[in-house]
Design a protein. Structure first.
Length: 225
């Protein structure tokens, strides 16, 4: 589990190619302090497993599913990446709960400035935007951000100068692809509501024998409307 608070900008030193996967070699400094083989680390918001550590870099394997769903395959030597170690027990949750399991990618389609902020609009399909709400949270390339507004096909976020300077997002331009992860809480709420046809703990009075999930008629019957 991560928080979306980037610890440092790392650098891609190289990549090793296998039949259907790759291994990234990533230069870092702060994240190497207590890093061990087998640890999880977020690279541009993607949870990867550290497989090898040297004095100034670490290796991480990237499996086929990750290559299909993220922008990691496009990374080349010399490119910067956002790095965050896993949240320690008792650590500060400065952003929001980020799993590192990417829902898909989006494309930056608009940029503008408003005072000291950079506003970026990102295109994204309904499978992602359905979980976004204005003033809610979203992870963009592993950075915890607040959603300014959202419609069916896109949403916008605002970057303060610190975020723009210390993450890759300050350097991303229109046409660049970014990894997106919606707030995991929304996914669980949806799953629970869609599968809440039967609740044996609540007793027969609250049990539903149908499998339709939550409907307006059901909410009205239970006194919520």
């Amino acid at each position: 589990m991560f928080t979306g608070i980037v610890e440092e900008l790392g650098e891609i030193l190289g990549r090793q190619h296998y039949k259907d996967s790759i291994a990234l070699i990533i230069k870092g400094k702060n994240v190497l302090d207590d890093l061990q083989e087998g640890d999880s680390i977020a690279v541009n918001g993607v949870c990867l497993t550290v497989t090898q550590i040297s004095t100034a870099a670490f290796y991480a394997d990237v499996m086929p599913e990750t290559l299909r769903k993220t922008n990691l395959y496009e990374l080349k030597a010399g490119e910067k990446v956002n790095l965050e170690r896993a949240l320690p027990v008792g650590g500060r949750l400065g952003g929001h709960f980020v799993s590192g399991h990417i829902d898909g990618t989006g494309t930056i389609i608009e940029e503008k400035r408003e005072g000291n902020a950079q506003i970026k609009r990102i295109s994204a399909g309904n499978p992602i935007t359905r979980y976004l709400v204005a003033k809610g949270s979203v992870a963009v390339d592993g950075v915890s951000l607040t959603v300014v507004d959202v419609d069916k096909n896109s949403f916008s976020v605002s970057l303060i100068p610190h975020t723009a300077k210390h993450t890759t997002l300050g350097y991303k331009k229109c046409g660049d692809k970014v990894n997106l992860e919606a707030d995991i809480l929304g996914k669980y709420v949806e799953k629970i509501l869609l599968n809440s046809a039967v609740n044996p703990i609540a007793g027969d009075d609250f049990a539903e024998k149908k499998t339709e999930g939550v409907t307006f008629s059901l909410l009205a019957k239970k006194g919520f409307l």
